[in-house]
Design a protein around this ligand. Structure first.
Ligand SMILES: NC(=O)C1=CN([C@@H]2O[C@H](COP(=O)(O)OP(=O)(O)OC[C@H]3O[C@@H](n4cnc5c(N)ncnc54)[C@H](OP(=O)(O)O)[C@@H]3O)[C@@H](O)[C@H]2O)C=CC1
Ligand SMILES: CC[C@](O)(C(C)=O)C(=O)O
Ligand SMILES: [Mg+2]
Ligand SMILES: [Mg+2]
Length: 414
């Protein structure tokens, strides 16, 4: 098994280099060839290691049934898709990646580095067009206006903003012809079809790979030879191969492990999570704690250190590494006693808010707000203006000074 894995790894590396060569000629970044080969090596090594590990655990590569706290779930892993197999599977395909935001960037570069044939489609001369060029996509070769890219693509990866997916659908839909595959990274457009009007033609596969993390992390994990967790789902299976294609694409864009979901479950949980603990709730909770400390005479640095810096730099990474009880056990018995007492108080206070939030997601209120706001031509400036208000809150201004004292601080990254 091990020698098979290493043979396929070597072959994959050769194929990767072969397929990459023509694209590297036109790439503007001089170090791209070197970094490409490092990336390919990391990806191949990760595939091989993972394959060996799985085979010794299960005897069957690629798909595992695991027990998640008493519920059995299927997990797909990239060891089933060594690079050579992946490249062969997509050898006749052109992945037309439409939109170049956070996900377009991460998924596009990863798929390109995996040796797949990727082109990008965005508004000509918009912000994304510039960013794509900076990342080495070449106008007329691998970078096109949206319509042209869709015409050239066989797999249409719709990574426009969710609002733009709806706004552009009347132009996009006629180009999604029989035999193409329609791919999303969010269940949004399909599930809220009453509002988005996105109703795919009935003769194409419609699939979803939703990375459970920022597009920036999709890229950095890939570069480290690791992979992001992603959800996969099939909305429409015309070819009988939709699921397999979704999993292969998931590997292609840099997923390590993929979990089964539906379009509906993905969008409900995602909209809920980002408004909740991942983003909205955490900003609200940090701010509330900070404000009360300040009202009681604590200095900005003390309030920030006790609220954000200690959380992000010391305690939350411990939760990430080994769970909540591990973090609790790494803290004093005094802290443990108090936190154990107060956790249910916070839970009780917050359950009604989370229930209200889930309902607002489910009944489409959140979707309609997002479509209206992000559908404005000024969406970038409008979001930036609101984020500037947060940036100017005392808590985050104090944070800048606290960060500046870190040994690895780089002023240009602020
Ligand atoms: N951000 C993330 O990490 C995650 C995102 N997703 C999902 O992935 C998809 C893409 O999200 P994300 O990468 O964040 O992108 P954004 O939501 O930031 O959208 C940006 C892209 O949409 C384009 N766009 C916006 N409005 C228009 C318009 N009216 N016409 C044409 N193009 C337009 C922008 O082009 P221009 O520069 O020209 O305005 C840009 O390329 C979404 O479905 C999202 O929910 C899923 C997981 C995580
Ligand atoms: C948490 C926000 C997110 O859902 C994500 C990075 O997963 C998004 O839509 O960007
Ligand atoms: Mg989201
Ligand atoms: Mg998300």
């Amino acid at each position: 098994m091990a020698s098979l894995a290493s043979r396929s790894a070597t072959q994959a590396l050769r194929n990767t280099a072969r397929r990459a060569a023509p694209r590297l000629v036109s790439a503007p970044i001089k170090s791209q060839a070197a970094s490409y080969s490092l990336l390919a090596k990391a990806a191949v090594a990760a595939n091989a290691t993972s394959a060996q590990k799985t085979s010794s655990i299960e005897g069957a590569r690629g798909i595992k049934t695991l027990d998640f706290a008493g519920t059995k779930e299927v997990v797909y892993e990239r060891s089933d898709w060594p690079l050579a197999k992946l490249q062969d599977y997509f050898k006749d395909d052109t992945l037309a990646l439409i939109g170049y935001g956070s996900q377009g960037h991460g998924q596009g570069l990863n798929a390109r580095d995996n040796g797949l044939n990727v082109i990008v489609g965005v508004r000509k001369d918009g912000e994304s067009w510039k960013q794509a060029m900076e990342d080495g996509w070449v106008p007329g070769e691998t970078l096109f206006p949206i319509e042209e890219a869709i015409k050239k693509g066989t797999i249409i990866m719709n990574l426009l903003s969710d609002a733009a997916q709806s706004q552009t659908w009347h132009e996009v839909a006629p180009l999604i012809t029989k035999g193409k595959t329609l791919y999303f990274s969010h269940g949004f457009s399909i599930v809220y079809k009453e509002d988005t009007k996105v109703i795919p033609p009935s003769d194409v596969d419609v699939i979803l790979v939703a990375p459970k993390g920022s597009g920036r992390t999709v890229r950095t994990l890939f570069k480290e030879g690791r992979g992001i967790n992603s959800s996969v789902a099939v909305f429409q299976d015309v070819t009988g191969k939709a699921k397999e294609k979704a999993i292969a694409l998931g590997v292609g864009i840099g997923s390590g492990y993929m979990y089964d979901t539906t379009f509906e479950k993905e969008v409900y949980s995602d909209l809920y999570g980002e408004r909740g603990v991942l983003m909205g709730a955490i900003q609200g909770l940090f701010l509330a704690q900070y404000q009360v400390l300040r009202k009681n005479g604590h200095s900005p640095s003390e309030a920030f250190n006790e609220t954000v810096e200690e959380a992000t730099q010391s305690l939350y990474p411990l939760i990430g590494a080994k769970g909540m009880d591990y973090m609790f056990n790494a803290c004093s018995t005094t802290a443990r006693r108090g936190a154990l007492d107060w956790a249910p108080v916070f839970e009780k206070a917050n359950v009604p808010i989370f229930e209200q939030l889930y309902e607002s997601v489910k009944n489409g209120t959140e979707t309609r707000k997002s479509l209206e706001f992000n559908g404005r031509s000024t969406y970038r400036q409008d979001l930036a203006a609101e984020l500037e208000v947060i940036n100017n809150q005392e808590i985050w201004r104090a944070g800048k000074t606290v960060r500046s004292l870190r040994p690895d601080y780089k002023p240009e990254s602020e």
